[in-house]
Write a protein that binds this ligand. Structure first.
Ligand code: ARG
Ligand code: MN
Ligand code: MN
Ligand code: MN
Length: 312
């Protein structure tokens, strides 16, 4: 089986440096080797980490309160092309972030390719402590990593190509095909957006009530059989005990085992078309002795599970 790898060293969707170093850290810890040697995938894509420095303008003033708007728009447009060209070839696409703004590109690319290749709309399973569905107007921070789902679903739009106007219907995701798992830090404006649009979301409360097995079953039932799935996994969905090195940690999260279970179950559907792993920031939580190392290890485990590693 063939995988397209896109290593994205980009941090402009938020303000903390370091998340751009995650792809190298994941690769250096042997992630791609284990996919090749143990899971027997054929890997495509230049082994290099893309920094996209040529796309970051010298001047990038706030626009509709968004920070680094031109840089994030241009970089995600390029990522969409990279993911699209792998996905169009029928490869499963693995994107290593970078902050979560990059999902604007990964999901736009796989949505477009899957429409063309299979004539199908993709579903997205968004595993995260956060909903990342702020519009520029509801966002308190102005950080675009809190907005990708709003742009992807068309709840946020702009006509100007340099400010995400490059996103067309073929790139978009239906709110009916979106399901969240792991939420526990959702802004008031985002709660209203989720409610008003009837978006399916399983919070940590739901996981405590039903258990992870039942929640994943319900999430997959919502999507329906035989639907191509894009899994976008923000490492901050995990409890900081397992993934301390991330920009916006929130207590009360998933255990690593629960995260792995989500990934294993999604793999088992046979419908996975793309996986993102984002928000690993090896330069954060240095006070915890092995914080960065543990977070990178957790990230590798999630990816391997999504790509078919099993316990037995
Ligand atoms: N809701 C907050 C915001 O909009 C936090 C978003 C955190 N997102 C993330 N991808 N870690 O700024
Ligand atoms: Mn998050
Ligand atoms: Mn996120
Ligand atoms: Mn398999």
């Amino acid at each position: 089986e063939d995988i397209g790898v896109v290593a994205v060293g980009f941090s402009g969707g938020q303000c903390k440096p370091g998340v751009d170093a995650a792809p190298s850290a994941l690769i250096e810890s042997g992630l791609l080797d284990s996919l090749r040697d143990e899971l027997n995938y054929k890997l495509h894509g230049d082994d290099q980490v893309h920094l996209y420095t040529d796309l970051v303008p010298a001047e990038d003033p706030d626009y509709r309160k968004m920070k680094n708007p031109k840089a994030v728009s241009a970089v995600t447009e390029r990522i969409a092309e990279q993911v699209y060209s792998h996905s169009r070839e029928g490869r499963l696409v693995l994107t290593l972030g970078g902050d979560h703004s990059i999902a604007i590109g990964t999901i736009a690319g796989s949505a477009k390719a899957t429409r063309e290749r299979l004539g199908r709309e993709i579903a997205v399973i968004w595993v995260d402590a956060h909903a990342d569905i702020n519009t520029p107007e509801t966002s308190d921070s102005g950080n675009v990593h809190g907005m990708p789902v709003a742009f992807l679903t068309g709840l946020a739009k702009d006509d100007k190509p340099e400010y995400f106007g490059w996103l067309k219907d073929e790139h978009r995701l239906s709110v009916r095909k979106l399901v969240y798992i792991g939420l526990r830090d959702v802004d008031a404006g985002e709660k209203k957006i989720l409610r008003d649009n009837g978006i399916k979301a399983f919070s940590m409360f739901d996981i405590d009530r039903h258990g992870i097995g039942r929640v994943v079953e319900m999430a997959l039932a919502h999507i329906g059989d035989d639907t191509p799935i894009h899994l976008s996994f923000d490492v901050d969905a995990l409890d900081p005990m397992w993934a301390p090195s991330t920009g916006t940690p929130v207590r009360g999260g998933l255990t690593l085992r629960e995260g792995d279970y989500i990934c294993e179950s999604v793999h088992q559907t046979g419908n996975l078309v793309a996986v993102d792993l984002v928000e690993v920031n090896p330069s954060l939580a240095p006070e915890l002795d092995h914080g960065a190392h543990e977070t990178v290890r957790a990230g590798c485990s999630l990816v391997r599970c999504a790509l078919g590693e099993t316990l037995l």
